[in-house]
Design a protein around this ligand. Structure first.
Ligand SMILES: Nc1nc2c(ncn2[C@@H]2O[C@H](COP(=O)(O)OP(=O)(O)OP(=O)(O)O)[C@@H](O)[C@H]2O)c(=O)[nH]1
Length: 572
């Protein structure tokens, strides 16, 4: 089985044991007191044993409570510290360190027990990350002096946090249970990050979701890199440290971008400046530390200063905006303020302004990410709803407009009668109906006589008035079920479904009389009366199609014209 698989199994087993099994009394001995320190590095004898570990006397050593940053450093990078291992009834004792700055060798009884990082011949070394350490102790080591050879070119040197002796299984349980919160918080935050990334790719509010994805992935990585159990999953401290640094340095970038999206259009330039500055710092810090110009540890204090300033600068406009914002923006800003507070507390702990303790940063980040998710999703849902409504009303408008256009396309604009296109579509249908029902159908073509002359005398506009007048007579004489159309120019066609030749002739005569006797005034003067010639054809069940029927009516009209106009002629 591979190392990764076995450590995963171990983690799962521990998780199971943690949830299912009874939690034992954790008998841990704190080594928080009674240390000695000595600046510089020990010479080594011919066997490679550090000489300082062979001399038990305290002559060259100074007493100190706990060896974090012992006094009198004067720029030195090498430090030795030692203490006596406590008495106890151990089965499988380990020494737990969290944490040491920055590389260390541990000696017991003149023998090297543990090494983290690599010392060169000059006693110096390269940054290797700052993980927790689990050092196996021999069972009979109680009461012996244990020595720590430490190198650090960071501003802090010595041991930090906790140094304890305890049973291995208790330590593993504690590491896992201590990480559960962070593992869950970071898992959820990373999940939010991935989902946001997906949303950023597929839906329109790209900016909000992309910056939320950045924030959630950054804070999720930071929190995960701080979960002590991560080394059980993947034993690569430097990887976790760089991931943690990248995530941490990205936080102000993502926060400024998110606020930029949410406070739009206010404070855009200021927030843009903040994220660009922080992003530039991230690239500079990580690449310089990667090539070894500075240590990763050294990049933190400068960043913390930048972060502090960024947080305060971002907090001020955010608070000023609070009064004017919407409910959604209030929620985001409240979550943002809470997260900022936690970040400030965390910074204060890291810089010894506050006593050592775990700040629930993970939950703060998760809360912030959740607030943004909730607001973004409700915003998205509201937008979708509004879009659906808009869509529906647009569809309605388009339908109504289409109908209008269709009607317009079938209508003559001057007279309001149906046009020739309408007749072309309708007449064949009416004919088919008449055929099926064996009913009559007549077609009339009415043409105004000498209309050219009329136009020439009275003008085109007066001609239009006459056309409109004839149209109104058509309305009056024929039924609603008859189809009166302007066929073109001064020609009208009426289709009379159910009407035989006699009916049609009677209507045509009525119309002819009406038009002839009509008195039309136009532009303050009485116009000369116009007359109509009408040709009629009735369906005889011998025509092949509508055209043939129309042609017969047209021939009848021609006869009416030829016979002196102002008359009705019927087809044979
Ligand atoms: N004012 C007006 N005149 C139109 C319109 N459409 C066609 N006309 C005119 O109608 C006249 C039709 O002339 P012709 O086809 O020679 O027929 P006509 O003068 O009526 O002679 P007959 O039909 O033989 O009695 C033309 O002068 C067209 O310009 C219109 O919309 N308004």
């Amino acid at each position: 089985m591979g190392a990764k698989a076995s450590s995963l199994l171990l983690l799962l087993g521990l998780l199971g044991g943690l949830w299912l099994g009874p939690v034992s009394e954790l008998a841990a001995m704190d080594l928080a007191e009674g240390w000695e320190y000595r600046w510089g590095d020990s010479p080594f004898n011919a066997e490679g044993v550090p000489v300082w570990t062979l001399d038990q006397s305290s002559a060259a050593w100074s007493a100190i409570g706990f060896p974090s940053n012992p006094p009198g450093r004067n720029g030195q990078t090498n430090l030795w510290v030692r203490t006596t291992l406590p008495e106890g009834d151990w089965r499988d004792p380990v020494l737990y360190l969290f944490s040491v700055d920055l590389i260390v060798e541990i000696y017991l009884d003149g023998r090297k027990l543990y090494q983290y990082g690599r010392f060169d011949d000059a006693g110096r070394g390269r940054f290797e990350g700052w993980p927790w350490h689990m050092v196996s102790l021999p069972q009979d080591s109680a009461g012996e002096l244990i020595y720590f050879r430490i190198f650090s070119d960071y501003k802090d040197i010595g041991l930090w946090g906790e140094v304890q002796v305890l049973e291995r299984i208790d330590l593993l349980r504690r590491l896992v249970s201590g990480s559960i919160g962070r593992l869950i918080a970071s898992g959820l935050t990373l999940l939010i990050g991935l989902l946001s990334l997906l949303f950023a790719l597929v839906q329109p509010e790209r900016g909000v979701f992309a910056s939320l994805a950045l924030f959630a992935l950054a804070s999720g990585s930071t929190v995960l890199s701080g979960a002590q159990a991560n080394l059980l999953l993947f034993d690569a401290p430097l990887f976790w440290d760089y991931l943690g640094a990248a995530g941490y340095f990205l936080l102000p970038v993502a926060m400024a971008m998110l606020l930029q999206q949410w406070l739009r259009p206010a404070f855009q330039r200021l927030l843009g400046l903040i994220w660009m500055l922080n992003l530039a710092y991230l690239f500079a810090a990580l690449s310089l530390s990667w090539v070894g110009v500075v240590s990763l540890a050294e990049t933190y204090p400068v960043f913390d200063l930048l972060f502090l300033v960024s947080l305060l600068v971002m907090l001020l406009p955010a608070l000023r905006f609070f009064r004017r914002g919407t409910r959604d923006q209030h929620l985001i800003l409240a979550a943002y303020a809470l997260l900022s507070l936690l970040l400030l507390l965390d910074m204060a702990v890291a810089h010894n302004v506050l006593p050592w303790g775990q700040v629930p940063l993970g939950w703060g980040s998760l809360g912030f990410a959740l607030a943004v998710v909730v607001v973004s999703l409700t915003h998205y849902a509201r937008m979708q709803h509004a879009l659906r409504l808009l869509n529906a009303s647009l569809e309605q408008q388009v339908q109504a407009r289409t109908l209008e256009l269709e009607q317009l396309a079938l209508q003559d604009s001057l007279t309001g009668l149906k046009n020739r296109r309408f007749l072309d579509e309708t007449l064949p249908r009416e004919l088919a109906l008449a055929k099926r029902q064996q009913s009559s159908l007549s077609v009339l073509i009415c043409d105004i006589d000498h209309f050219k002359r009329f136009n020439d005398r009275h003008g085109h506009a007066a001609g239009d008035a006459v056309l409109q007048r004839v149209a109104s007579h058509l309305h009056r004489v024929f039924r609603h079920t008859d189809l009166a159309c302007r066929y073109g120019g001064e020609e009208f066609v009426v289709v009379m479904p159910g009407a035989g030749m006699d009916d049609a002739r009677r209507c045509a005569e009525t119309l002819r009389q009406l038009v002839k006797t009509d008195q039309i005034d136009y532009d303050g003067q009485r116009l000369e009366p116009v007359t109509l010639s009408v040709g009629i054809a009735s369906w005889l069940d011998v025509e092949r199609d509508a055209d043939e029927l129309l042609q017969r009516a047209d021939r009848a009209l021609y006869r009416a014209k030829a016979n002196g106009r102002d008359r009705v002629e019927c087809s044979d």
